[in-house]
Design a protein around this ligand. Structure first.
Ligand code: SAM
Length: 481
């Protein structure tokens, strides 16, 4: 099936346990990628120490924060609409303060204060530790801005307060920023240069999650395979590290091994993998540990060599297909998903056919698919004309989505009659009598609840499927409990 960004969680307000010491109310909502949702937990943790409890009721908030996304123009337009709503509330509640966080804050900086008159505070993704000072500034009636990008900040020393929606799955950030400079992408400008977080603090955070009853973590970064810890500092400065630092450096496969061995029953996922940085060492490590899930999110963006080059994706179509072949040889049941952009500048029908034929070759389990959206400041915006008409972009996207749906069904049908281990995450959205969970390969499974509870690892026999979901019956707890 196609998996667009999960609209149901976009803008979700974060509600955490209350501390009785705290008297002020923070309403924080998040847009965009998983990293933003994870960052909001860091922000809530920092502000909890400043006297704020979270609320999901906008009307009772003293401070409203919106953690924003700039990846496509539509994401920014959604936030502008939300700011209009906050404006209406502020008219009846003049003491209410409004802050914009995240990528849009970084991209537009103080311009946001001028354009959106109701915004009191603008904070970029590397400046959240400055929030206590910035809040004091706005309390004193002044506007506050901090959009400095950092060479070191990883928030490794902040214990995020977790969203208590299921208590089973959590995100753990391992890198920040991105050095890839894909020509379409605004991330290097909004999140800065790439840096990795101390592995010990990552293992510690995963251990604490396990102790609280969590059963699955997703290690997060714009490009996790590029993870490299050599004592701190930017990835690009690794060349200047001492011989000792180089000899003791921890790469992504080392990190996976450390986490997998420290918590042998915790399920481990990771996202996102960039094909040019994914090594076979990582794939072998995945195969070696039962608790590392068999799923790789491997964005390809296009199947055309010419377009891949124009996007500055540093691999060819054949190199990508070879990587897929190697993954399938090492982990035969590995789930593989994609991101694809339709209608990048200069994309011809032939390039588009190359994307469809690459999809046919891989037959992805699912994907996130988008039309190209020109982002100011990116290399593509500076050097290329956004020349594919909107109607053509849309039609190509529809063809990509339709093909993905067929491939997803092809993949889900392969599960029929098999028994899969599923971690129960929640009640099914469609029926309260059914549980929803995922296989190791990240395919959603729905089955009758019987006596099982959230957080159980259950073996489920798959009886039926749609392109998006497997339907089955539990046959017992798995040995992982
Ligand atoms: N870091 C990952 C990578 O390099 O593949 C993904 C980062 S991005 C947050 C998620 C996806 O958004 C990208 O993989 C891409 O498909 C899509 N995207 C990024 N910039 C875009 C743009 N200007 N227009 C349309 N889609 C875009």
């Amino acid at each position: 099936m196609e998996k667009l960004i999960d609209e149901s969680v976009q803008g979700a307000a974060l509600l955490l346990d209350k501390s009785i010491k705290n008297s002020r109310k923070l309403y924080i909502e998040s847009y965009g990628c998983q990293m933003n949702f994870s960052d909001s937990e860091i922000v809530a943790s920092i502000l909890a120490a400043e006297g704020f409890n979270t609320t999901d009721r906008l009307e009772e908030a003293d401070l409203v924060l919106v953690n924003t996304c700039s990846i496509r123009e539509k994401a920014e337009l959604n936030v502008r609409k939300r700011l209009e709503k906050f404006n209406a509330i502020k008219k009846n509640k003049p003491h209410l303060k409004v802050g914009v966080l995240g990528c849009m804050a970084e991209r537009l900086k103080s311009q946001l204060l001028e354009e959106e008159k109701i915004v009191d505070m603008v904070v970029g993704p590397d400046a959240y530790k400055d929030l206590p000072n910035l809040v004091r500034e706005i309390d004193a009636g002044r506007n506050a801005v901090n959009v400095l990008l950092s060479k070191e900040e990883t928030y490794g020393d902040i214990a995020p307060i977790r969203l208590h929606s299921n208590g089973v799955t959590a995100f753990v950030s391992i890198t920040r920023g991105c050095d890839n400079m894909c020509t379409f992408c605004v991330v290097p400008f909004t999140r800065g240069r790439e840096r990795s977080r101390d592995p010990q603090s990552i293992v510690q955070e995963v251990r604490e999650l396990w102790n609280k009853g969590f059963k699955e973590v997703t290690l997060l970064g714009q490009n996790v395979d590029s993870y490299l810890w050599y004592g701190g500092g930017l990835k690009k400065d690794f060349d200047k590290a001492t011989e000792m630092q180089k000899a003791t450096a921890v790469d992504f496969s080392d990190l996976l091994r450390l986490v997998a061995e420290a918590l042998p029953k915790m399920r481990i996922r990771f996202s996102t993998s960039n094909p040019q940085d994914m090594t076979l060492k990582v794939v072998h490590t995945m195969a070696a540990y039962r608790n590392i899930c068999n799923h790789i999110h491997l964005p390809v963006q296009s199947g055309s060599d010419r377009i891949l080059k124009a996007m500055n994706r540093l691999h060819t179509r054949v190199e990508y297909m070879t990587l897929i072949e190697n993954i399938r040889n090492i982990i035969p049941n590995c789930g593989i998903s994609q991101d694809i952009i339709a209608g990048f500048p200069t994309e011809t029908e032939e390039d588009h056919q190359d994307t469809l034929s690459l999809m046919d070759h891989v037959k992805y389990d699912f994907g996130f698919m988008f039309t190209y959206s020109e982002r100011p400041g990116t290399m593509a915006a500076r050097k290329l004309v956004d020349d594919v008409p909107e109607a053509v972009k849309k039609r190509r996207l529809e063809e990509i989505i339709a093909l993905q749906r067929r491939h997803s069904l092809y993949r889900t049908k392969k599960y029929l009659g098999k028994t899969e281990e599923v971690l129960i995450e929640n009640s099914s959205k469609k029926s309260d009598a059914q549980w929803m969970g995922r296989t190791s390969a990240n395919t959603v499974v729905v089955f009758p609840k019987e006596g099982y509870v959230i957080g159980d690892f259950v073996n489920v026999k798959i009886m039926d499927c749609t392109s998006a979901t497997l339907l089955g019956n539990a046959v017992g707890l798995s040995e992982n409990n």
